[in-house]
Design a protein around this ligand. Sequence first.
Ligand code: NIG
Ligand code: FE
Length: 425
Amino acid sequence: MALLIKNIKRLVQVETLKLKNRAAGKEMAKVEAVEDAFLFIENGKIAAFGAMNQFSDKSYMWETQETEVIDAKGRFVLPSFVDSHTHLVYPASREIEYVDKIKGLSYEEIAKRGGGILNSAKKMQEISEEQLLEDALKRLDEIILYGTGAVEIKSGYGLSFDAELKMLRVIKKLKQLSPLTIKSTFLGAHAVPAAYKGRQGDYVDMVINEMLPQVALEGLADYIDVFCDKGFFTVEDTERILEAGLQYGLQGKIHANELDFSGGVQAGVKYKALSVDHLEYVGDDEIQALLGSQTMPTVLPGAAFFLGMVYAPARKMIDAGLPVAMASDFNPGSSPSGNMQFILSMASIAYKLLPEEGINATTLNTAYAMDLSDKLGTIAVGKTANLYITKEIPSLEYLPYYYGTNKVDTVILNGKVVAKEGRMV
Ligand code: NIG
Ligand code: FE
């Protein structure tokens, strides 16, 4: 199976010589591109690309009868978005809480009334595995149509042995059923369940001694997460869980500093977490801790926007030389959208990133945060062909600028066209 895309107005985020695993500091503003380009895909991988005038010489090699040809005149081609932080397996939406929020209740007040994560946890006990799977598959189609090609999905709405495992088994099935590249994260320590109220330490023991060994035994997770924040889990809880995770070969990807300076960033760096996510509360100490580390600072604009929180100092972090990734946090409570085009717009509208920096934040750097930058995140020979063709648009800047509508026309995953004109095929 081969696929040839011709007459591409601009092929964006290409890598020709040295392949980067992430982009940091000034490098984030660099996005290589080829004008008037072709792209050739074979066996699900990117086999060649270049300018159309180079293509003409070798067209006999590529334009054979078995090759599907797409004319991309007037349209851009980009690597698929990589969404490195979601909770998209959930039992029900929570728009009633959202109305409470409009009426003035805070996220913490809603949580205290049994809303928030515990509300999802209650519903998670009741829903069947089949229904959970069916609903999540629909959400996966939705994000595919908006240009996402890889996604991380967390547990964390179960908060009991059975329900956490149910969520993780659903994610495992999604990996088999969906053309998306999926990684799974065990987030047993998302909130203290009602049954353990006042006994947080006992719950952490249960996560470590009962849930984690079973998760590892069944190979259900690629990473481990903890919500390290004010009113949730402490640095001590977090370090215990990260250490236990490492014993089972699970690297951390943690929620840190969303509600306060929690010490979560430093804990993540200390235990070599792959990423620390949210980061609304980041100051010089956190930036220092991250500099020189292998941990990817990940900002979640959807949650800060939806909850009306302060925005993470992404500009300051990049200016200090750090890499920054941006993901959707798709979940029913704090970010009910998996639209990565919106995240790209938010990168520049709210965080003052240049469009190029936003592209690196949502492709290469999120790929790093899922340990996938050798396979995804840029257009490079040998990488998996997960990419999209835009509608006819005037410029690259137009992508973040014209926010709120879908600019993706055709989606290619593993070298196959899976969506066209806003519909799955
Ligand atoms: O990433 N911050 C913690 N967890 C989720 C919110 C989950 C929820 O409200 O359902 C988040 O924003
Ligand atoms: Fe989250």
